[in-house]
Design a protein around this ligand. Sequence first.
Ligand SMILES: *Cc1c(COP(=O)(O)O)cnc(C)c1O
Length: 393
Amino acid sequence: MGFIEKAKETIMNTYKRNNVVLVEGKGSYVFDEQGNKYLDFTSGIAVCSLGHCPDEVISAVERQMKKLIHTSNLYYTIPQIELAEKLVKLSGGGVKVFFCNSGAEANEGAIKLARKYHRHKGSNKYEIITFFNSFHGRTYGALSATAQEKFHKGFEPMLSGFQYAELNNIESVKRLINENTAGIMLELIQGEGGINECAKSFINGIMEICSKEEILLIIDEVQTGVGRTGRFFSFEHYGIRPHIWSIAKGIAGGLPMGAIIAVDNVASALEPGTHATTFGGGPVICSAALAVVNTISDEKFLASVIEKGYYLENKIKELQKKYPLGNIKGKGLLRGVELTLKEPSRVVDAGLKNGLLLNVTAGNILRLLPPLNVKYEEIDEFIDRLTKTMAEV
Ligand SMILES: *Cc1c(COP(=O)(O)O)cnc(C)c1O
């Protein structure tokens, strides 16, 4: 029996997987069982931010594995402290970090923290406003925050206390504000929802509401954070700083990590015993993340993400003239292109045959997530292969 048949017999059928077994990767490429080579423009969904098997992550993990693997959070460990120090600095100071293991878990913590902050201040505010087409994760709190019916179906009832508004429609937010509103939570560029960007004026409006009504602004940076948009955090594009934000995906170069970051006076609402995780912030994962963050936070590196984003954008614009492609959206290397043809998922299948790993989200948005250190020649190669793919479909 082949691996795929074995998988069908043994693994829960929760993913629409591509018919390929990947065994190796280096940089922007992965290889399957038969030795076929693929250019990866998904990066494990924005996770492999420095490409596959990056040297700095391997050596950091190797070093730490031999020293200390796990202690629990009953003790201090140096990699966790060093990583926190770096993230606090990159946040502009005056914040604290909590480490966990995934994006959903970080958002769960962010929601708990928002409620706890208000309780700590002697108020009972508990409602969180989120937005249609958002994605915050699959656990109950994060799923309830995710305003997309298709993800809720069959799992109801959702956690109470979530209200849904429309992105870039400030009136739809104002209508939902009441004495129980504790927080407003959103992605500045909706990733799973189709690379939908928040307008600057909309975010300014949200900021105004938050300060007037004593509401916390929570930004989900799980997909947009850690350099993906060309700034370390995507909120830097907007000249703002939220009260709470979550990160995950790209932070540890392929290993699982999430984190909540919150400004000091909010973070202090979580006292000893109020929130915890066994694995979160372990020394091995923090060593990996520190290597990733040190590379990505470099100003020149971040500037190169913006430049490569424009380079890719201009190349896609040339293809728009010939093939059924809409406008390219997004920032840096978090990009989306509308596929204006029937059965858009055919592009993914045809891409695979042409040695390309592609992802389509929100039904018809080709989501481009190359490694942040992708080379210009690789972008050219991507365009060649995408051209061939589009010509075939
Ligand atoms: C992927 C994602 C999540 C969920 O992260 P997991 O690690 O899969 O739990 C949450 N928010 C956003 C914006 C995401 O893209």
